[in-house]
Write a protein that binds this ligand. Structure first.
Ligand code: CA
Ligand code: CA
Length: 123
């Protein structure tokens, strides 16, 4: 899957991935982070992408696609070339499918629990 920013996340830390969103609270939290740290440009990649033009979306971290909050009319697969997912295009807090090679900010997620467990295990 052509998802360049995913590699940036992997380079930040082992197990890093683009953020996945599984409920409205997490979606609101994410929105708050973006508003706080980059209010001049709220559009941002999240870790969803369309699975081989199937119309089905999945997360880059392999977690289940159990929540979605699309902008009305999206995902529209514009020009048959939109397979990645961004947040805050036209509607604040909502998602849009977009061509994966577009340059944009992104948020990485890390499995904090796993890291903590492994660190404690070494003590
Ligand atoms: Ca698509
Ligand atoms: Ca779209």
């Amino acid at each position: 899957v052509a998802l360049p920013v995913q590699y940036n996340c992997r380079n930040q830390a082992p197990g890093g991935h683009l953020v996945s969103v599984h409920n409205s609270e997490a979606n609101d939290d994410l929105l708050c982070i973006v508003i706080r740290f980059n209010p001049q440009n709220l559009r941002i990649w999240i870790g969803g992408f369309e699975f081989f033009q199937s119309g089905r979306f999945i997360w880059t971290d392999g977690s289940s696609w159990n929540y979605q909050t699309w902008t009305p009319g999206e995902p529209n697969n514009w020009n048959s070339r939109e397979d990645c997912v961004e947040m805050n295009f036209n509607h604040v807090g909502k998602w849009n499918d977009l061509a994966c090679h577009d340059k944009q900010n992104y948020i990485c997620g890390f499995k904090v629990k796993t890291t903590l467990t492994q660190t404690l295990g070494l003590d």
